[in-house]
Design a protein around this ligand. Structure first.
Ligand SMILES: Nc1ncnc2c1ncn2[C@@H]1O[C@H](COP(=O)(O)OP(=O)(O)OP(=O)(O)O)[C@@H](O)[C@H]1O
Ligand SMILES: [Mg+2]
Length: 471
């Protein structure tokens, strides 16, 4: 069990919590089940350790998320809730190219942690910069296609990675010794960062900015899967060029401005052996407006396929079989889960990405049906209880207004011809004429009034013909 080590003190009025760093020394128990063996590495969001699941005797990797420095108690609580939600969604992903999430929980000291399958191998970042020769073009394309398989699975589930970069593309070995790419840290940035403001407040993620799509920099909450396609474009570019076009490692305001405004130099300026058509595919992934990129991971994979090795065929088949992206709004893509549609919804009417609407949830469908039924019932009730009685009243009263009111009666009541309702038996004129009120002096004082009634009724034609002199 993680030792108590809970040194929380409230700093100034904003109730910012200061916590002791998590204890992840070798031998420490995490969650009663996992014994830490050694630290593997540290990144922007936390520390990763290798540990042993004591019951199953299985090696695991545990990432303890420490991105909590300088956050308030409320933010910590929000983080914990979001963390569990996102981790649950990520754990549901089934692609073998997504690192398997086995468990999530929170240390006694308050830090959330994720238990993952333990991987042997190295990251694409390490491979790119430690390889004695530039990586073969075909290999890089194969890695890219495996990443796209992970993205296709995640995007179908409405999950956007948001932090794809060479250090999160892990190269392990599959059955038969072929390279097996596993994408790390799916949804981790969303687990912890509610807003871009918090993302940038924690300077640790500055390096990540170098792979962030322009629209994600402008509004981190309104991104869709096309932001991941941008990041993958840069990952592949860097793996080929052995350089980030804007200097990933000199992160700062400069890289942000460059990504937002500067053109990306053609990858062939670094690697002349990259075919021009592949350069065009990467350029499309790196279009600054999201609308101009591929509409889905499947589209990008189809475009990369001609440059891949035969090893990629089963992966390409897997991508083709993946359900379409969900939770996205533009052709091919919509906004990230729970977020409003991307501002980049396509005005260009792209033809490659067929428009796909998010399937309506049963609850929304039920509510919609309920509202429509209520509206229809309301209209029927209004007609039965309000409109119909008014119509009947008009038919009954309008033709025979009291003489003193006839002059001021509205035009329809004074029309020259009025047809009695066909459904009703032709009423007797006197029956249709309201009984003279005892208090009506005009009626009482003029029994021979030619305008009483003001019409002549013809029972054969069921027509009342108003006397013009009475109008
Ligand atoms: N499941 C895993 N198995 C083996 N090693 C892992 C696993 N997950 C992460 N690692 C390794 O742990 C180290 C730290 O990873 P971490 O994700 O914290 O750093 P990062 O990717 O550089 O930064 P960020 O926090 O922005 O993702 C990296 O070397 C990474 O390859
Ligand atoms: Mg990582």
């Amino acid at each position: 069990m993680q030792g108590p080590g809970k040194t929380q003190r409230m700093a100034h009025a904003a109730l910012v919590t200061v916590r002791a760093p998590p204890n992840v020394k070798p031998g420490t128990m995490i969650g009663d089940k996992y014994r830490v063996e050694r630290e593997i590495g540290r990144g922007g969001f936390g520390v990763v350790v290798r540990a042993m699941h004591l019951t199953l005797d299985q090696r695991v990797a545990i990432k303890v998320l420490t991105e909590g420095e300088g956050t308030t108690e409320v933010e910590w609580a929000e983080d914990a809730a979001r963390f569990r939600r996102e981790a649950k969604a990520t754990a549901a992903l089934r692609s073998e190219h997504v690192v398997r999430v086995l468990d999530v929980d929170v240390l006694e000291s308050g830090y959330p942690y994720i238990v993952m399958e333990y991987l042997e191998g190295k990251t694409l970042h390490d491979l790119t910069y430690t390889s004695p020769v530039p990586l073969p073009v075909e290999d890089v394309v194969d890695y890219g296609i495996q990443v796209l398989a992970a993205l296709a699975d995640a995007h179908a589930a409405g999950i956007v990675h948001r932090d794809l970069k060479p250090a999160n593309v892990f190269l392990s070995t599959g059955i038969g010794g072929a390279p097996l790419v596993k994408v790390l840290d799916f949804g981790v940035s969303k687990m912890l960062a509610a807003s871009s403001q918090r993302l940038t407040r924690t300077g640790a993620v500055v390096g990540t900015l170098a792979y962030m799509a322009p629209e994600q920099m402008l509004d981190a909450k309104r991104v869709d899967g096309r932001a991941d396609l941008w990041s993958l474009g840069l990952v592949l570019y860097e793996a080929l060029a052995r350089a980030h076009p804007f200097g990933a490692h000199t992160a700062g305001p400069k890289v942000v401005t460059s990504i937002l405004t500067e053109p990306i130099p053609p990858v062939r300026s670094y690697r002349p052996d990259v075919p021009p058509a592949l350069e065009a595919v990467l350029a499309r992934m790196l279009e600054k407006p999201a609308d101009l990129r591929f509409g889905s991971a499947a589209e990008a994979a189809a475009a990369l396929a001609p440059f891949s090795s035969p090893r990629s065929r089963p992966v390409l088949d897997e991508i083709r079989r993946a359900p379409p992206p969900s939770g996205h709004a533009a052709p091919g893509f919509v906004s990230a889960r729970g977020a409003p549609p991307s501002a980049a919804a396509s005005p260009s009417g792209r033809t490659k990405g067929a428009a796909r609407s998010r399937p309506m949830s049963p609850l929304v469908g039920f509510l919609l049906a309920f509202v429509i039924a209520a509206l229809v019932l309301g209209l029927v009730a209004a007609f039965v209880f309000y409109v119909q009685p008014r119509l009947a009243e008009t038919n009954a009263v309008a033709p025979s207004p009291a003489p003193e009111t006839a002059a001021s009666a509205p035009a329809p009541a004074l029309s020259a011809v009025s047809v009695a309702p066909a459904t009703r038996p032709p009423p007797d004129a006197s029956e249709r004429t309201p009984a003279p009120a005892a208090s009506s002096p005009s009626r009482a004082s003029s029994p021979a009034n030619p305008c009483d009634p003001p019409f002549v009724y013809d029972p054969k034609t069921n027509v009342k013909r108003y006397k013009t002199e009475c109008l």
